[in-house]
Design a protein around this ligand. Sequence first.
Ligand SMILES: [Zn+2]
Length: 157
Amino acid sequence: MINNLLNNQHDCPCGSGQNYTKCCKPYHDGSHAPSAEFLMRARYSAYCMANSDYLFHTWHPGSRPKKIKLGNDPSVRWIRLDIMRSENGGANDKMGVVEFKAFYEIDGKTGSLHEISNFVKEDNQWYYFDGEIEYHDDEEQDDFKDFKPVRRLSAET
Ligand SMILES: [Zn+2]
C-alpha cells in the first residue's frame, strides 16, 4: 500500500493534490512544519504510511505515549482527510486548533473520526498536544465498534 501511494506522484496521502515529495515528505524527513495545519496534514500522512517515528517526534513530550508502534494491518486503510477548521497555529502563534475528519476503512466497512486537535509551538517547532475525538461508524456492528484505527497504536503511558 505504501508503494502504491508513492507511485502516484500527484497524490500525497494528506489529499493536498500535490506530489508527496513536495508536500509532506520534507516534514517526514525532518523539516519543521510551518503551521499547525501543515503538521496535522503531515501527521495524517504519517498514519497512512505507518510512520510511527514521525508521529512520536511531533507529539508533545508532555502528552505523548512512551512508545508508538503502528500495526501493519492491511485490512485497515485511511481514505481521506478533510480539514474543517483551522484557528491560529500560524507563524506568530504559540497555540493552534485544527478540526478535521479522517475517513477510514476496516475490512471493507467505512467510518470516520472527527477530532478537534490542539497544537503547541515550542522552540519554533509545532507539536500535536491532544484532542477531542469522536467516531462515526457507518455500520453499527458490535465487533466494529471495538476495533478502531487508533487501537493500532500500541501506546504505553
Ligand atoms: Zn501532504
